[in-house]
Each structure stands twice: as C-alpha cells, then as structure tokens.
Design a protein around this ligand. Structure first.
Ligand code: WTA
Length: 647
C-alpha cells in the first residue's frame, strides 16, 4: 500500500464542482494572480449582501485583518431566509435521537423556529446585538435554532461542549461575561437519560454577576432543580412568540461567535470569529470539499460544542442549502452498526467523522458496514487528528467500498473552515495525507524565519496570507492573540500565522500533517493544553510538581500521561483516582489520564525549564537520543525511566 495513490472516481468527477487537477490549479493560479480579486469574486457570488463592502481586505492593523470592510449581511439570512423561495419545503435539519426518534425540519420550519427563538431572546431576555450568550446543550435541533437565533439578532454565542465540567463552564461564562445561559434538562445517551442542568446550577452556584437568566430546554423531562427568578422554561415561553422576526443588519466584521479552545499556555482562549469571512468560507468549503449538491444528505458526527460542529453541522450545510443530519447519540449504540444503519436509513451522501471514531468502529465491527446498504455514500471525510494508514484503508475499502474519495481535512478552531484537503473530484489521494492547500489558502512549511523547509523535512505549518475565515482575536486579549498566533514565525520580516502543527511536504508537493509541535495534546480529537492539565493537577495538595505529555494511543490517537513529584510519600491508587477526579471536575471527563507516574524529580535545564521532549520519549518507551548532560541533574532520567517501568 505504501506509495499507493488513489485517483478520483471518474463518475464522481464528471459532476463535481472541481473536476480535475487542472481545474484545481487554475483556481490556485487565479488566487495567485489577484488574491483580493479571487476572494471578491466569491464573496459577490455567494453572499446575500444587504449592503456592499467597500474594500476586500484591510491589512492596515495587521494581524488584526479585516475582510469585506463595511459590508452588511446577516448569517441567519444567508443560512435560512434566502433559501425559502425555492427550498422552503426541503429538509434543512434531519434529526435522529439516541433512541431512534427521527424529526425532519424543513427550511420553512427552521425559519419559524429560529424567528420565535430570536424573539424570545430579544423580548423576554433583552438580548441585543453584541451581547454574549453561552450555550451548554446536547445535540438537539434546538441547539441549532439557538445558534441561528443569536446570529439573527446579532448576539455572540459561545458554545461550551456538554462534556466540560461546571468549573470549565463557569470560566467560559465569566470570561465572555455572558448575559444568558441556554441549556437543557439533559438528553439521551446509550438509551439512558443524562443531565446537563445540574452542571449549570453548579457553575452559577456563587452567582456570577453577568448572568441574568438561564433558559432551559426540555429534552428528557427528567427532574431538575429550578431557581425561581433565574431559570425559565423554553418550552413554555416559546409558545407565545411570533414566528416573524426581522434580522439585525450586521457588519462583515461583527463577531459571529466565540469558541474557547486550548493553547500551549494558560487558560483556554475565546477564539473570535467574524460574520462575512466565516460564513463565506463555511459555505465554499461545503461546496468544494464535500461537493454537496441537489438532495444530498450531509452527516457530520461532531458535537456542536466543537468548531467542526459549528462549521459543518450548522453554518456550512445550511448556508449551502443542504440537508444536515444531526445525531444525538453515539455511533456505536446500540451496536457497532448504528452509524451504518443511519447512513442506510437516511441515504447519507457525505459522511464526516474523526479518526478516533473510525478506529473504534473498525475495532468493534470490522465487517459491520457490509451488512448495510451504503451505496448512497459519495464522499467520506476525516478531521481532528492525523489518521493512520490502516484506519484510512478500512474506511476507504470497507465503508466506502473503494469508490468514495476520502477528504482528510486539516484545519483548526482558529481557521474557521478547511485549509488543507483533497478535492474529491480532482485530487489523486495519498492515504493519510491532507494533500494540498485549498485554492485561496497559502500554506507553507517553513522555519521560524520563513526559510522554506526542504522536501521531506518537518517544519512549522504556517498560513502566510490572511484568509477570510481566520480568527479575528482572542476575546478580551489582543496581546495574547498576537503572541499566540503571530509570534513564532515570520516571512519576509512580517509575522505570519503559525498553526502550532508540524508538517512535511513530499516530492510531489503533498502536505502531510505530523501533529502538534507545541504543548498541546490531542486526545480523541479533543485539543487540550498540557499547561491547563498541569494547573488542574496542581490543585491536588499532595502534588509538588507535575509535567503532562501525550503518549500515542491505539484508539484515542494520544492519551494523557502525567508525571508527578509528590510532596511526600508515594503515588497510590487513592491519589491516582483523586487526581483523575480533580481533572474531571476542573476540566471534564475528557481530561482523564491513562497514566499517572510518581517520579523523584523532573528533567530540568539549569534555568529550570522542564524538558518535556525527554518525558515524551520516556512515555513512549523510546531511547533517549538527545544530550542530557546539560540537565541540572542528568541522573534523574534513569530514575524516571525506572519509575515508569515499575508503574
Ligand atoms: C489537528 C479541529 C492531522 C491539528 C478542526 C490541529 C489534524 C488541531 C487534522 C485542531 C488532520 C485537525 N490531520 N491533524 N486532518 N485536522 N488536526 O481546533 O493538530 O479542535 O492543530 O479543530 O487538530 O483542533 P481543533
């Protein structure tokens, strides 16, 4: 298989938007010749402008770039209203609940529900343009209504993934100074009800001054506690609202949403996205990368709490006028065939998931896909972490029956949409390779001074020109924004966006992502900062010092490996479980560690910097090849190795 290249399926390519590498190259050349013109053409074609922009790109306060300056639009208009004339009766959201309940929401119905929701936010809660609203919600259609309702009235939503703890929720509510929190009693997972509202209660325990109200959507009708004067029932209140609501006219650069994500230092940061640039690219990548057309049914299995859910469950598919499948449950319940049964039942045409999910589905049911009719599938996609060739091969051969191109899409919370990906009708695909930058995206693998890396050498993956859907700021912290994204690499003396990932380009120009080169780890496609985990572990009174690294894991991609230096005594099971409890309450269950090892000390340089590279090698069981003589105490390395061996 090594070196094998998979040519695009000819039948598929005939009808694809981009039909060949020549067409791809022509688009790249178009952007090359006139970068602003390239983007202006797309913005004119795709966006329902209320008032035109006066300038395509304003670089005067770089890296605070502005796109489509002075343009006026509204994202809910782009995603809903403009489709109503010819697609009113088309299914916009196709919902399947955990227990198999199915609901089809047409564009007309979506319009009515979003308008009602928008009126409720405005009239009952006084939410206006620029206010922040935190959403802590399960995967139910109301989550999409809430997002679009915010967009309609110009409120900025900040979704907190339902798997985050109440602590993490509180931090995010406070950082954004949210006025309103929207949650649900809970939802269903693996056939059973679970609760979300108690985490909101806990987060707001010591009243947070900014929060005026909590709006609770009823999903599973479980008993939840109620605080009079603060908590309101969505299901009761929504009945009284009108389904007509004019949208707010928004500026291209008005923030559309915040989404908190982990970095290599400090607390998670509120990535701030714009209105016009974001929605333009969300829609364009749906068309180019997934090639959605006609009556396609698009299924992205992410949670709306992550950027993938924002861009490829809600905004992208709806802006493109397609049918988006939203699923409350997990793809392996009640059995390993659930996902494939759903593809069959709903005639899914594009299926987009994470390598972790592919590995689980593969492991649990190697031949399971063959029991279902998956002939509707046209394009398969992956995102979130590097995919390994065996998982890629199974996905291609068994799920896609050898006929579906796999789009291995590289992008990030900060990029808003896909950046590097095959185009399904054009790109000859090398397994487990993100291939080429999309037209209009200038991705380079360089050294920090801008020197291009040679073929086959890993370097920093940078985007060297601004692009419309890029992060605009870190909420409330412009300095951190500059430092985190424009502080590590320069080209021609000008700071450029550094992704935090390493990559390598081969002799044919194909880009392969090698993973994070900063202190961020990726567990099951969930991004976590080692600094954030370390800060949480330090909350344990027994811990004197801590260092966290990622270790390769068969299913999760990476798992969390924690080295601790105890104040006194040894690590026993009690302390291990205590540390995991601390992590689950400070961050969430996704931050639980697979390994916790007590060591006598950490490998530090004489200036006190922890050499995480050594710790990573030891966790992996690798030989240490680097020079350790510069360490303050070189002997500590063999002691750490010993401790890991005995753990
Ligand atoms: C990783 C998810 C390899 C990468 C959309 C990036 C990938 C981080 C890929 C962003 C891919 C994403 N191949 N690695 N196709 N896609 N990544 O912000 O390390 O949750 O920096 O956005 O996931 O994670 P985030």
């Amino acid at each position: 298989m090594h070196g094998e290249v998979f040519q695009p399926n000819k039948d598929f390519a005939k009808n694809a938007r981009v039909k060949s590498m020549d067409e791809y190259r022509a688009l790249v050349a178009e952007a090359d010749a006139d970068y602003e013109g390239f983007w202006a053409k797309r913005a004119d074609e795709k966006i329902a402008w209320i008032a035109p922009y006066t300038k395509v790109l304003d670089e005067s306060s770089a890296p605070f770039y502005k796109w489509f300056v002075d343009g006026k639009l509204n994202v809910s208009n782009q995603c809903i209203d403009r489709h109503l004339a010819d697609k009113g009766d088309k299914t916009a959201i196709l919902f399947e609940g955990d227990r198999g309940d199915v609901e089809k929401i047409t564009y007309n119905e979506l319009s009515q529900r979003v308008n009602k929701f928008a009126n409720l936010l405005k009239n009952r809660f006084g939410v206006t343009k620029g206010d922040r609203v935190v959403l802590y919600l399960p995967m139910i259609p109301e989550a999409a209504y809430a997002m679009l309702a915010c967009a309609r009235i110009g409120a900025i939503h900040s979704i907190v993934f339902g798997g985050f703890s109440s602590e993490a929720l509180r931090d995010r509510i406070e950082d954004a100074s949210a006025k309103l929190v929207i949650t649900a009693d809970g939802a269903y997972r693996k056939g059973k009800p679970y609760l979300l509202k108690p985490a909101v209660d806990k987060a707001l325990e010591n009243d947070i001054a900014c929060v005026e109200a909590v709006l609770v959507i009823q999903r599973n009708k479980e008993d939840v506690t109620w605080k009079e004067g603060r908590d309101y029932s969505y299901n009761e209140l929504i009945k009284d609202e009108s389904d007509v609501c004019d949208f707010e006219v928004m500026d291209s650069e008005d923030p559309l949403f915040l989404l908190y994500t982990s970095g290599s230092t400090g607390k998670p940061k509120g990535v701030q996205h714009s209105t016009a640039g974001y929605i333009l690219w969300a829609q364009m990548t749906m068309e180019w990368v997934f090639d959605v057309q006609g009556d396609d049914v698009f299924w992205c299995t992410a949670d709306i709490g992550w950027i993938t859910g924002h861009t490829y469950i809600v905004y992208g598919p709806l802006a493109a006028g397609t049918t988006t499948l939203m699923f409350e449950g997990v793809p392996t319940y009640p059995d390993a065939g659930r996902a494939w049964k759903m593809v069959q039942d709903h005639k899914v045409t594009q299926f987009y998931t994470a390598p972790t999910a592919i590995r689980v589905l593969h492991k649990m049911g190697e031949n399971e896909p063959e029991k279902y009719d998956l002939s509707s599938l046209k394009v398969l996609g992956t995102v979130g972490e590097p995919i390994d060739p065996p998982a890629w091969m199974w996905y291609h051969q068994v799920v896609g029956n050898g006929k579906c191109p796999i789009v291995d899409t590289w992008w990030q919370t900060e990029t808003g949409g896909h950046m590097i990906s095959p185009l399904p009708g054009a790109t000859p695909i090398k397994p487990a390779c993100a291939t080429f930058a999309l037209p209009g995206i200038i991705a380079e693998v360089i050294e920090s001074d801008g020197t291009p890396k040679k073929i086959g050498e890993t370097g920093l993956l940078c985007i060297t020109k601004p692009w419309p859907s890029m992060i605009r700021n870190i909420w409330g912290d412009s300095e951190r924004f500059k430092k985190a994204y424009f502080g590590d690499a320069k080209k021609d003396g000008k700071p450029v966006y550094f992704s935090g990932d390493g990559a390598v380009i081969d002799k044919d120009g194909y880009i392969t992502i090698t993973g994070r080169v900063d202190d961020v780890i990726n567990v099951s496609g969930h991004r976590m900062g080692t600094a954030e985990i370390e800060a949480a572990v330090k909350e344990d009174e027994h811990v004197a010092e801590v260092a966290v690294v990622g270790r390769p894991h068969d299913i999760k991609g990476e798992s969390i490996f924690i080295y601790i230096v105890m104040k006194e005594g040894k690590v026993n099971d009690d302390i291990k479980s205590h540390i995991n409890q601390v992590l689950s309450s400070e961050i969430g269950n996704i931050a639980k560690a697979d390994d916790i090892v007590a060591v006598p000390g950490l490998p530090k340089t004489r200036s006190g910097k922890i050499m995480r590279r050594i710790l990573r090698s030891i966790a992996k069981g690798e030989e240490i090849t680097q020079d350790i003589s510069t360490l303050e105490d070189p002997d500590v390395v063999s002691k750490i190795k010993e401790a890991v061996k005995n753990s």
